[in-house]
Design a binder for this molecule. Structure first.
Ligand SMILES: [Zn+2]
Length: 192
């Protein structure tokens, strides 16, 4: 059984103009996060870790959620990574015009950023999201998923550790909002 992918990270490269519909793997209650990554010929690291992000809603919130719940989940996901590196700061900006480092795009379909240096986190509103502390067995925790995608924004790949936020599978009904030691070590090694 296949379903639409919930989240994709689009790197800043033209690579993603060749975007094609992706399918996720749905196995035994697990959701495979399908993530597009930046081109390997370009460093995934940021030189300046004072990063701005903005939200763009081109759709009503996902069913059962309101805008505030979605915004809070996304903001919390960005904040999760900040304590790992003293010089990492995510600054939220209003509007998504030029210069924003990370655009969180909420809609039923992704877009291709017009700014080649912008990273995109796509939140697909057609997914059965939860923002509460007890997602049902057929719901995905939005904050957990966005924490994962922000890890990619920072340059991390997937972890082999099932407990890591950066593991490539997010279980339905599971909260995984906190970083594991594997996630922390990975980011510190990348920027150490
Ligand atoms: Zn991923």
């Amino acid at each position: 059984m296949a379903t639409n992918v919930s989240l994709q990270l689009f790197g800043a490269l033209l690579l993603f103009l060749a975007l094609q519909p992706s399918e996720s793997l749905l196995n035994h209650g697990m959701f495979h996060l399908v993530c597009n990554h930046s081109s390997p010929d370009r460093s995934p690291k940021w030189n300046n870790l004072q990063l701005s992000y903005g939200l763009q809603f081109d759709s009503p919130p996902p069913a059962g959620l309101n805008f505030r719940q979605v915004i809070d989940a996304i903001d919390a996901a960005f904040k999760t990574w900040q304590p790992v590196l003293p010089r990492l700061v995510f600054r939220k900006v209003r509007g998504v015009g030029g210069g924003v480092n990370v655009l969180v795009y909420v809609n039923a379909g992704p877009l291709v950023p017009s700014d080649p240096f912008m990273k995109l986190v796509f939140v697909n509103v057609t997914v059965n999201w939860s923002t509460g502390l007890s997602p049902a067995g057929n719901q995905l925790d939005m904050q957990s998923a966005v924490v994962h995608e922000v890890g990619h924004v920072l340059g991390l790949g997937h972890s082999q550790s099932p407990d890591a936020v950066m593991y490539h599978v997010l279980d339905y009904g599971r909260i995984k909002r906190n970083l594991s030691q594997d996630d922390i070590t990975g980011l510190q090694n990348l920027y150490g």
